[in-house]
Design a protein around this ligand. Structure first.
Ligand SMILES: [Zn+2]
Ligand SMILES: [Zn+2]
Length: 129
């Protein structure tokens, strides 16, 4: 499955399936995206191939790096640093894929920071953090 940023400078391909897929309502995701929540699909780093471009990285918190296109600002990926168990993981916002129709979230996280006017209308698991 392929994807890329809005301007086309960055193109990538993932092989294999995601290991996690969920919607995050945390304040950091809200600020960085400018939207109330972000849906991420997690892939093993080895299965994500950068076809074109050089994403820029931003330290959004001590243990999190967020990569984005320096030309159009589209988010590309989220990864942890110095976080045991997360070394292999790369979280890609599903909107970056060309066809994210099948990437519906399987859970909701950081609902403790969810805006009160965002309503969850499903029975998927919810986590406070
Ligand atoms: Zn771009
Ligand atoms: Zn978040």
């Amino acid at each position: 499955m392929e994807g890329g940023c809005h301007c086309g400078s960055i193109r990538f391909r993932v092989s294999g399936n995601f290991s996690w897929l969920g919607a995050c309502y945390c304040v950091d995701c809200r600020k960085v995206s400018g939207t109330p929540y972000t849906v991420f699909a997690c892939y093993d780093k080895q299965s994500v191939e950068l076809l074109r471009g050089a994403p820029k990285e931003y330290a959004s918190s001590k243990n999190v790096r967020r990569a984005f296109c320096a030309d159009c600002s589209s988010p590309f990926a989220y990864r942890y640093v110095d976080m045991p168990g997360e070394e292999q993981n790369m979280y890609i916002p599903v909107g970056a894929f060309d066809d994210p129709a099948k990437l519906a979230p399987r859970q909701h996280i950081w609902v403790s920071q969810k805006l009160p006017w965002v309503h969850i209308h499903d029975d998927l698991p919810q986590r406070e953090r």
